[in-house]
Every structure is written in structure tokens, then in C-alpha cells.
Design a binder for this molecule. Structure first.
Ligand SMILES: CC(=O)SCCNC(=O)CCNC(=O)[C@H](O)C(C)(C)COP(=O)(O)OP(=O)(O)OC[C@H]1O[C@@H](n2cnc3c(N)ncnc32)[C@H](O)[C@@H]1OP(=O)(O)O
Ligand SMILES: O=CC(=O)O
Ligand SMILES: [Mg+2]
Length: 532
């Protein structure tokens, strides 16, 4: 790559920031440009296909396991790649944005894996994106140590005990407006993947690990195939052996739940398993079938992982992974630690219960959102795994999940409560405030909130309004109240912008697919020709 002419010019449309030049080198941008040239058109086509599929489902087409791939599903012989170095034992995975202090804390947390998140937990300001890449590079180069002005020291610990880094790029639906290739913004996923791969893939291999990824919000096997082709090309461009990359796919859309095996198959030479991304999954379910009364859900707090349709989803995921020799990784319990002893005890008990169910179901590890939750998750999985790195040999042949099992939502029905409606509005507004300020994950009312959970709040309100189980006047009144409360609590919050964002994304007839592209374009983009 270093001897290849730099022919794929990517324009940087942002003012230079502190040390950005170390990430945005000509060679790194050329690498991203090559990916955009090779895969940008396919990504656009796949986004159109998402819209077509959404319309088909909205007009009543049934959702089922694909017929055309039944021979592949029936073929017992294929397996995914063996676990790569640092990915055999994944009993505890901590997630979080690659912010400098959190990078050190996550790596030292005692978790086996750190999911460095450019997606649900990051508000994609340009500086968050570039400094996130810089923090990853500094961490891998072991030059990330620092001391705060108050004298608190952040130092990486014993290299043998640091978490393995797995990077989650942004989803296919997002653009990066500060980079332009061929007159268009570069797909955000290619920016996050490409910059990390360019700077860190070789370094990770030299450090005894590899370039590892979590892939968010995929909707079907064709999107997995696209990622696989990107991996093949990226490895070729940097002269890395094919099969060096590993990717764990989040099954967090309802359509992907019908193609779990297909997704593993497409990525099989690069696959490191599947994850049950429960929050986006719920969001996707409501968004996809929001027009149907049999998909009306009650307050978010009442839709737990014990609901039959959620159990069908997680059990199918474990069965599918283990049948193909892949890791099945559990999802995020939303409770975060509290300084108040009773609340702390209650949070830990809920997280423990969630992890116990996952470990007993056959998951090989699970996610936590906070270093204070690493011990409970580890203890639970230690209890089931012992010295074994995983339980892939537990094939769950007893699990038999049908399309109806995945889609039978009405069993948990019930109207939303007044508290549930108010909580949805309060969470959405507070999360929007944080996001517009550049913070993609926050603790609210004892729970971790990020883009996925905020999406649930937004689409539930939309769904309840659409089916008239709540009335618009009530929502507008609660909105006024909650904006006043928000202004008192966060005097810095741009209340008019937050209100308008909420109205455009929750109070309209036609539901926007995500709130983030709208919020990003209007509020986070700071393009400047000076940076070009
Ligand atoms: C649906 C999904 O996709 S889930 C995955 C995406 N979501 C996430 O990754 C959320 C990750 N978690 C977080 O961002 C945070 O835990 C929050 C925002 C929920 C709470 O953060 P805070 O309010 O700062 O928590 P708190 O004050 O208890 O933090 C205590 C310490 O732990 C650190 N910490 C908290 N969470 C994390 C984390 N996930 N990774 C690393 N360090 C962390 C804080 O930086 C702080 O460190 P310090 O003492 O050195 O200053
Ligand atoms: O990304 C995880 C989720 O639950 O959403
Ligand atoms: Mg998600």
C-alpha cells in the first residue's frame, strides 16, 4: 500500500483539530477513498432495498425464513472460522465510546473484550470520530497514559490482562459529511472501519490480536456479503492474509433474525459469531410493524427478555451460532451502578438475573455497560463455563423456533401507562440533549440510555399516537412539562432544537427510519471548505 500511488482523493471538509493529522494522513484517506469507490454504489443499492423491504412488510407481505437458502441451512458441514487470538474467551464484554478516559478504563476493566463503539454510544461529532480513532491508535501503541489536572492518573495495566479491542463502526444508514469522495459524503461505516483498519490492523496482528469488528444494524444477508467483500479488499490492499479479520454481527433487526444462518454463512471466513442486540431489535420490531395493532407494545419497562418473542429470538440465536461453531454473545442489561446502596443492590440483582438467564441458555458471554458490572457478569459466566473458554459445544438441538414465535408480540399486550408515556418523553428529550452536545450514552433514572434505547422511546410514542391509545393533546402537554423540567436541570440545553427534533421524529404521520441522520445533518455537521 505504501508504494501505491494515492489516486483516490478524499476531501476533508472540516477545520483541522488537535492531532487530527496523525489519523487523516493522505495514505489513510486514500485507503478510505478506495473503499468508497469500490463499495459506495452497492451500499446505496442496499439502502434502497431496505426501503423496498419496509414497504413490502408494511403492505402485508409475510416475513419468513428464506426458501432460496434452505439447502445451505440443511447442509451440516460448514462452520465459521475458528476463534482468533484474544476472541476465544468472551465471557465479559464491556462496551463504550472510545473517549480517552473510558478507553483506558475499559481496557483495564477486567473484561475480556472491549467494544469500542462509534455507533449506539457515540454522537458522531467530527471530533468524536477522529479523536476516537486517535485514542484507539494510542491505546494500541501504549501511549495513551495521562494525568488529569486534578492529579488522577490513567495508565494501561498488565498487557496480558487488557481487553481485546473490537471496533463497532457506524451503521450503513449514516454518512460522514466531513469527508467527501467523488462529490458525495463517504459512508460513515467505511470511514470508521477504514481508518481503524488502515492504522491498527497490522499493529493489532503484531501485538498478537487482530482487526476485529462488531457490525451493527444489518438487515439481511446481502449486507453481510457486502461487509465480507470489504474485508477481502481491505486485507488485499494492506497485504494481510485473507481471514485475518473477525466480525461479530449484531442481530438487532427483525429481518436479520430470519437470516441469522445466512449472515454467518456469508461471513464465515471472517465470522466470530452473533450478538443479541436487544434494544435495536425492539426498536426494529416496532418500526417495521408499527402500523399493525397486533404489534402494539406496552411501556418499555414491561417488555423484558422473558417475553416469549424475545426468548424465541435469543434461543434461536444461540442454536444457530453453536450449530456453526460460532460464539453467541448476550446483550445489554440497561441497569447501571448507583452510589445509593439500595439502588445499587437492585441494579446488580437485575443484571445478575439477566446474565444468569443468558449463561443458562447457552450464551458464551455477554455485555456490560460499566466497569462496576464486570464482576457480576464474570461470576455468572464463570459459574457456567468454569475453565472452558465458551460453551459452543452446547448445540441447543432442543430449540425449535418458528416465524410465528418470533412475531407473536400480542401475547404481552396492554396499554401504556401514564408513567410510561411520560418516561418515554423524558428519556427521549434528555437523550437528545446529551447527543446534541456530543455525548452518545448517558445514565438516566438508573438506566443506560443510548441511540438504540432512545429510538425505542421515540417509536413507541409514535406507535401509541398512531393507534390512538394516547392522544396528541396529552403528549403535547407532557412535552411542555418535560421541556420545562429539562431546562431547569440542564440550563445549557437548546430547548427549541430539542423540541423540533422530537416533533419531526415522533409526532409525524410517516415515521422517519432513524432520528440520527436528521439530528446529525442539522446539528453536528460543521463543514468548512477551509479544511479541504
Ligand atoms: C444498546 C447498546 O448498543 S449498548 C452498547 C452501547 N452503549 C454503551 O456502550 C454505554 C456504555 N456506558 C457508558 O457510556 C457509561 O457507563 C454511562 C454513560 C452509562 C454512565 O457513565 P458515567 O455517568 O460516567 O458513570 P460513572 O460516573 O458511574 O463512571 C464511573 C467511572 O467508570 C467509567 N466508566 C463508566 N462506564 C464506562 C465504560 N462503559 N467503559 C469504560 N469506563 C467506564 C467512567 O469513565 C468513570 O471513570 P473515572 O472514575 O475514571 O472518572
Ligand atoms: O447494540 C445493541 C442493542 O441492543 O441495540
Ligand atoms: Mg444496537
Amino acid at each position: 500500500m505504501s508504494t501505491t500511488a494515492l489516486t483516490h482523493h478524499v476531501r476533508v471538509l472540516a477545520a483541522p483539530g488537535h492531532r487530527h493529522d496523525e489519523i487523516l494522513t493522505s495514505a489513510a484517506l486514500d485507503f478510505v477513498g478506495r473503499l468508497a469507490a469500490a463499495f459506495g454504489e452497492r451500499r446505496r443499492e442496499l439502502l434502497k432495498e431496505r426501503r423496498r423491504q419496509a414497504l413490502r412488510l408494511a403492505s402485508g407481505s409475510p416475513l419468513d425464513f428464506p426458501m432460496v437458502t434452505s439447502a445451505m441451512r440443511a447442509d451440516p458441514t460448514w462452520r465459521v472460522a475458528p476463534p482468533a487470538p484474544g476472541l476465544a474467551d468472551r465471557r465479559v464484554e464491556i462496551t463504550g465510546p472510545p473517549e480517552r478516559r473510558m478507553t483506558v478504563n475499559a481496557l483495564n476493566s477486567g473484561a475480556k473484550v472491549w467494544l469500542a463503539d462509534f455507533e449506539d454510544a457515540t454522537a458522531p461529532t467530527w471530533d468524536n470520530i477522529v479523536s476516537g480513532q486517535l485514542n484507539l491508535l494510542d491505546a494500541i501503541e501504549r501511549r495513551i497514559d495521562f494525568t488529569t489536572p486534578e492529579g488522577k492518573e490513567y495508565r494501561l495495566g498488565d498487557p496480558d490482562r487488557l481487553a481485546t479491542v473490537v471496533v463497532r463502526p457506524r451503521g450503513w444508514h449514516l454518512d460522514e459529511e466531513h469527508l467527501e469522495f467523488d462529490g458525495r459524503p463517504v459512508p460513515a461505516a467505511l470511514v470508521d472501519f477504514g481508518l481503524y483498519f488502515f492504522h491498527c490492523a497490522r499493529r493489532q496482528i503484531d501485538a498478537g490480536r487482530g482487526p476485529y469488528f462488531y457490525l451493527p444494524k444489518l438487515e439481511n444477508r446481502y449486507e453481510a456479503r457486502l461487509w465480507n467483500d470489504i474485508f477481502v479488499t481491505a486485507q488485499e490492499l494492506l497485504g494481510l492474509p485473507r481471514g485475518t479479520v473477525r466480525a461479530t454481527v449484531l442481530i438487532e433487526t427483525i429481518t436479520a433474525a430470519f437470516e441469522m444462518e445466512e449472515i454467518l454463512y456469508e461471513l464465515r471466513e471472517h465470522s466470530s459469531g452473533l450478538n443479541a442486540g436487544r434494544w435495536d431489535y425492539l426498536f426494529s420490531l416496532i418500526k417495521t410493524f408499527g402500523h399493525r395493532t397486533d404489534f402494539l407494545l406496552p411501556d418499555r419497562a414491561k417488555v423484558t427478555m422473558t417475553a416469549p418473542f424475545m426468548r424465541a429470538y435469543t434461543e434461536l440465536l444461540v442454536r444457530t451460532c453453536h450449530k456453526r461453531g460460532a460464539h453467541a454473545i448476550g446483550g445489554m442489561a440497561a441497569q447501571v451502578p448507583s452510589r445509593e446502596p439500595d439502588a445499587q443492590e437492585a441494579a446488580l440483582a437485575k443484571v445478575r438475573l439477566d446474565k444468569e438467564r443468558e449463561a443458562e441458555d447457552g450464551f458464551d458471554g455477554s455485555w456490560v455497560a460499566h466497569p462496576g458490572l464486570v464482576p457480576v457478569c464474570r461470576e455468572v459466566f464463570d459459574g457456567v463455563l468454569g475453565e472452558r473458554p465458551h460453551q459452543i459445544d452446547r448445540t441447543r438441538d432442543d430449540v425449535d423456533v418458528s416465524a410465528a414465535d418470533l412475531l407473536s408480540v400480542r401475547r404481552i399486550g396492554g396499554p401504556p401507562s401514564p408513567e410510561g408515556v411520560r418516561a418515554g418523553i423524558a428519556v427521549a428529550l434528555r437523550y437528545f440533549a446529551a447527543w446534541l452536545r456530543g455525548q452518545g450514552a448517558v445514565a438516566l433514572y438508573g438506566l443506560m440510555e443510548d441511540a438504540a434505547t432512545a429510538e425505542i422511546a421515540r417509536v413507541q410514542l409514535w406507535q401509541w399516537l398512531r393507534h390512538r391509545v394516547i392522544d396528541r393533546e396529552t403528549v403535547l402537554r407532557l412535552l411542555d412539562d418535560e421541556l420545562v423540567a429539562l431546562g431547569a436541570e440542564y440550563p445549557w440545553a437548546p430547548l427549541d432544537d430539542i423540541r423540533a427534533l422530537f416533533e419531526r421524529n415522533a409526532l409525524v404521520g410517516e415515521l422517519p427510519l432513524f432520528f440520527t441522520p436528521d439530528a446529525y445533518t442539522r446539528h453536528l455537521v460543521r463543514r468548512t471548505e477551509a479544511g479541504a
